[in-house]
Structure formats: structure tokens, C-alpha cells
Design a protein around this ligand. Structure first.
Ligand code: NI
Length: 175
């Protein structure tokens, strides 16, 4: 079911979400189905449960193998429950981000370049991956939602924050 996406300003986006205590339940599968329906309807690259008002540590991101929008920087279609991130090294990269909860806008956000992420899929299978570049950026952006952090709160220079259709330089940014 396609759900309404909360927009920045809604206090529910600022909550620290609760861990999921039981995996492989019909409720968790229904939540994940709703997240995918909602993300696909909005043509997004990722979505976190708090964005549809659900106070649980569940995110989804990525693209099916036949629908990779960034062929140089593959992001597998992923369900991640109770994620844990460990940064690898100290390198940072700045790049454009958008967010379905901040529609029509974009900004340049510094992120760590490389990380390891762990967690579980909806059926309880363990996930343990190393990611860098766009993949690592998406993981950081989505997991931030679980701690009530939206990308503008990570920006260091708000001069790069604005409306997509107002920037004179057009950049492809996926929310
Ligand atoms: Ni977002």
C-alpha cells in the first residue's frame, strides 16, 4: 500500500526510532511492502520507516538488478532492519542529496566515503556489507532518518541548499 510521506517539519521525523524486536513477522513484511510501494511510487532511491510515520529501525534502498540508475555505482535492492554502521577510514566526500521528506529541494552533504553496515532483512537473514561512494551515502542518509536526522542538518554550507528548479545548474538528484 502506498503511504503518505511525512515532510520536514513533522515532529515524527525527529524521533529516535525503536529497534525491531521480532523478525520474520507478518507485520514486518507488511511494513516492508508498504515502504517499497511508497518508494517506487515516488521514484525514490531509499525510504526509512519514520518517513511513513512508523517508529521502527527499518530502511529500504537501492534498485532491482534490471533497474540500476547508476550503472557505475551499483546499489543492490536492500531491506535493512536494526542497522549498525561502522565507518572505515576517515575520508569524506561531498555530493548532492535530496529526500522524499524535503520534496523539490537538494543540497550538498558531506558524508563518510566508506563504511561497513550490518543488520537483518525482513526474514531475519544477516546482512554484512562494505560500501563506498553513492552506496555508502544512501546508507548513511537512510540510517540518519532512524535517529531523527534529515540531510539539511548535516550540511555545512547552506548556500548549496535550494529548490531543484531554481538552481541554474541542473544536476540529476534522486530523492
Ligand atoms: Ni531521506
Amino acid at each position: 500500500m502506498i503511504r503518505d510521506i511525512l515532510r520536514m517539519g513533522d515532529p515524527r521525523l525527529l524521533r529516535v526510532s525503536r529497534p525491531v524486536d521480532r523478525l520474520d513477522t507478518p507485520e514486518l513484511r507488511a511494513l516492508v511492502d508498504d515502504l517499497f510501494d511508497t518508494m517506487h511510487a515516488a521514484d525514490g532511491a531509499g525510504l526509512a520507516a519514520p518517513q511513513i510515520g512508523v517508529d521502527l529501525r527499518v530502511v529500504i534502498f537501492g534498485f532491482a538488478a534490471d533497474d540500476q540508475r547508476y550503472p557505475d555505482d551499483l546499489v543492490p535492492e536492500t531491506v535493512l532492519v536494526n542497522p549498525l554502521i561502522e565507518f572505515i577510514g576517515h575520508d569524506e566526500e561531498s555530493d548532492w542529496e535530496g529526500c522524499l521528506s524535503v520534496p523539490g529541494m537538494r543540497g550538498v552533504v558531506p558524508r563518510r566515503r566508506m563504511l561497513r553496515y550490518r543488520g537483518f532483512d525482513a526474514e531475519g537473514r544477516a546482512i554484512d556489507r562494505v560500501a563506498s561512494g553513492f552506496h555508502a551515502r544512501v546508507v548513511q542518509h537512510e540510517c540518519d532518518h532512524l535517529d531523527g536526522v534529515l540531510y539539511p542538518m548535516r550540511m555545512r554550507d547552506l548556500r548549496s541548499f535550494g529548490f531543484n528548479d531554481a538552481f541554474t545548474e541542473q544536476v540529476a538528484v534522486r530523492d
